[in-house]
Design a protein around this ligand. Structure first.
Ligand SMILES: [Zn+2]
Length: 331
């Protein structure tokens, strides 16, 4: 018999998240209603120096649109969305600006939404993923940093360079690749990856064809994720995915009991970052066939229902807290 921690929560095969840079109020026109309809959570990347204000950033395609204020961000959080720090000014963060852009901005944002902000999302370009910035993210206790590089994130990757899939009308020159509602879904499925879509504020027509898609394209993307993903995809806010990812990577399993009638394991954490406030893990165990009748997992001696995945394989999601003993017994 063996116990393993699943790559993703609930034993899902791949993961889907979607981010909306700039957190503009016009998301309520199309994006928010789509999310309500499909039950997929979204994620807002906030330019903290302009919370609640009409955007005015040098050269931005989104100038003239209004950023959400604290109450409007909180309203979406109440609907299951998450919020990240997209810097204070949205310009290149020089070493001497790190304190304002990463520490002060996060503090102000946390006060505005009355919740912790564990994720940084690079503004502008991957220049804002420079080593001095990622080092500051680690020092300041961020749990992850989202880039503007296309790709999927895999179960063995670390979180200080998360890739995102551009959900845009057309790639910039010289490729001009057109919007593809299937983008990265097959690779994610095959390599148990995590897709994080990147866009801004889809409306009737893309505000900028290299930075955004239309509302119709967004809707098609969400429909495609659900149709292709079925029961295999975990649609979640990046915070919950990062909590799971870090808990899994920092967990250790030790066998503490092994007899013909029961097997017990101690779960503990080593160097788990303090910002991980939810430590739920999904376990899968191979057990004798007889233990699959009325399946249970015992957590610190208390029985919880386990799921029969297939003959001799049980699965359960457990709040591990700061360490528990889990076990399986003969029925
Ligand atoms: Zn931005």
């Amino acid at each position: 018999m063996s116990l393993r921690i699943c790559d993703w929560k609930y034993g899902k095969r791949w993961v889907y998240s979607i981010t909306y840079d700039e957190a503009l109020i016009d998301l309520h026109r199309f994006a928010v209603p789509f999310h309500e309809e499909f039950g997929i959570p979204g994620h807002l990347e906030v330019v903290v120096g302009q919370i609640g204000e009409v955007r005015q950033i040098d050269g931005s395609s989104f100038n003239g649109y209004r950023h959400m204020n604290g109450d409007e961000l909180k309203d979406l959080m109440a609907r299951g969305w998450g919020v990240g720090n997209h810097s204070w000014t949205h310009v290149f963060i020089k070493p001497e600006m790190v304190d304002q852009e990463l520490r002060v901005a996060r503090e102000v944002l946390e006060q505005a939404i009355d919740a912790p902000v564990p994720l940084y999302c690079a503004p502008g370009s991957n220049r804002n993923m420079a080593p001095h910035i990622l080092e500051a993210c680690r020092q300041l206790g961020y749990l992850g940093a989202m880039s503007i590089r296309e790709g999927i994130n895999r179960p063995a990757d670390e979180c200080y360079w998360l890739d995102r899939s551009p959900l845009i009308h057309e790639y910039p020159p010289p490729f001009f690749s057109k919007h593809d509602p299937f983008r990265n879904i097959l690779p994610a499925r095959q390599s148990h990856g995590w897709v994080i879509d990147y866009c801004h504020c889809p409306i009737e027509e893309p505000i900028h064809i290299n930075k955004d898609c239309s509302a119709t394209q967004l809707r098609k993307r969400l429909e495609t994720v659900l149709a292709e993903g079925g029961d295999e995809v975990w649609c979640a806010v990046p915070e919950e995915v990062v909590f799971y990812h870090l808990s899994r990577r920092h967990a250790t399993i030790d066998v503490v009991g092994d007899s013909v009638n029961d097997r017990r394991y101690q779960i503990s954490f080593t160097d788990l970052p303090a910002g991980v406030t939810c430590k739920e893990l999904t376990f899968e165990a191979e057990v004798p066939a007889a233990w699959c009748n009325f399946p249970r997992i015992w957590v610190d001696g208390v029985a919880q229902t386990a799921e029969l995945v297939r003959p001799q394989v049980l699965r359960a999601t457990v709040d591990v807290g700061d360490g528990v003993e889990v076990g399986f017994r003969a029925g």
